[in-house]
Design a protein around this ligand. Structure first.
Ligand SMILES: Cc1ncc(COP(=O)(O)O)c(C=O)c1O
Length: 388
């Protein structure tokens, strides 16, 4: 039994890859899974220790406050001030159950049925689903390599632009690993102001950067006075995808709409988890992120070297833990990934799974142990960038 809205979601595209993976394992092969972006490092001991201590606080076992634990809201404000020189008010901050939850709920709070939601293609599939669940129409914006994987708003048909209510951006980007420049965000802010669009940046990968601090949207949009919301996450930054905690910074009216919707649907994040997240921002931030990024940097460099030696065409990522690589000789990413798995045991994600403009690429994630990445690198180098 499925509602019409569930039936409007695109089919799950990775059935064939999953089947081949199972086959490879059953035949005794060692699969090297670089398919999903889920860090393998485990939660930092500092966070586990605060979480453990927080479990003894009786008040933390009750419903958490709607907007988030005051200690965490304060820690977010401090982080915003230190990192971006801007100190949002508490009416501009909302704790979320990770970035995914905020994406999923946002259109329900601010978009009407029949309106359009602009979603990046290739892109994280939840942007599309969130629009569908709100009875809105997702309109895909192509992210092209020659445009730095940033949408060309001029290419959006005027009919769709008129109906559009919200635009999703995602920088640093999954799956392309593209980063954004200040002037690109400024352009998006202008377009959104002209067209009365809510500008959303999903910044789940904001702290996974090998090139210093990444440009955030909130300092610019706040200054410009446009409606915006930027979604941050603790998941990737601290390797705690299972904890489910993130936060949003945005215009008070937008934050208030999302908070109102959420207060009718969920009751927030367990306060002990919020306290541990706060402690990470308050005092341990540099030590923890420095350690984690040291590990990702090593992995990134080793995989980049092997891919280069193998002759693959890609850009070394400056942020995120993804490599976005051209399918050798062009052609179907699904077929290539299937053959890659059969020939090398490496699980990669076909670009087409992120939208039709992802075709011709595949994605590798470095969220697997260092040895797995080294071995995958060796196999890719040996295989070389010839069509399969
Ligand atoms: C672009 C993007 N946004 C959001 C998420 C979800 O992150 P969270 O764990 O914060 O919900 C992911 C997870 O893979 C992602 O790739």
């Amino acid at each position: 039994m499925q509602s019409d809205r569930l039936k409007r979601l695109p089919p799950y595209l990775f059935v064939e890859i999953d089947r081949k993976k199972g086959e490879y394992i059953r035949s005794g092969g060692q699969v090297l899974d670089l398919g999903i972006g889920d860090p393998d490092l485990g939660a930092p001991p500092e966070l586990i220790s605060t979480l453990r201590d927080s479990l003894d606080r009786i008040e933390y076992h009750r419903y958490p406050p709607d907007r988030g634990l005051p200690r965490l809201v304060e820690a977010i404000r401090g982080w915003a001030e230190r990192s971006h020189g801007v100190s949002p008010g508490s009416d501009e901050i909302l704790v979320t159950i990770g970035s995914k939850e905020a994406i999923g709920h946002l259109p329900l709070a601010v978009v009407n049925p029949g309106e359009a939601v602009l979603v990046p293609d290739p892109g994280y599939p939840v942007y599309n689903s969130s629009a569908v669940f709100a009875g809105a129409d997702p309109v895909r914006m192509a992210l092209l390599a020659e445009k730095g994987f940033f949408p060309r708003f001029e290419d959006i048909p005027p009919r769709d632009m008129e109906r559009a209510r919200l635009v999703y951006l995602n920088y640093p980007n999954n799956p392309t690993a593209a980063t954004v420049e200040k002037k690109q965000f400024e352009h998006a802010i202008e377009v959104c102001a002209e067209n009365a669009l809510l500008l959303v940046n999903d910044a789940a990968y904001s702290e996974i950067s090998y090139a210093g601090r990444q440009q955030a949207l909130f300092p610019l949009a706040r200054e410009a006075g446009t409606d915006y919301i930027e979604l941050f996450s603790f998941s990737k930054t601290f390797s705690i995808t299972g904890w489910r905690v993130g936060f949003a910074i945005g215009t008070p009216e937008v934050i208030s709409a999302l908070a109102r919707l959420k207060s009718n649907l969920d009751s927030g994040v367990f306060s002990a988890i919020q306290a541990a997240a706060a402690s990470a921002l308050e005092k341990d931030y540099d030590a923890i992120t420095g350690r984690i990024m040291g590990i990702f940097r090593k992995r990134r460099d080793s995989l980049a070297e092997s891919l280069e030696k193998g002759g693959f065409r890609f850009k070394v990522p400056e942020a995120t833990f993804y490599f976005w690589i051209e399918v050798p000789g062009g052609g179907s990413s699904m077929e290539y990934c299937g053959r890659l798995l059969e020939e090398t045991g490496i699980v990669a994600t076909p670009g087409v799974g992120f939208g039709s403009h992802g075709e011709g690429y595949f994605r590798l994630s470095i969220t697997a142990p260092g040895d797995t990445i080294l071995e995958a690198g060796r196999r890719l180098e040996k295989l070389g960038a010839s069509p399969l």
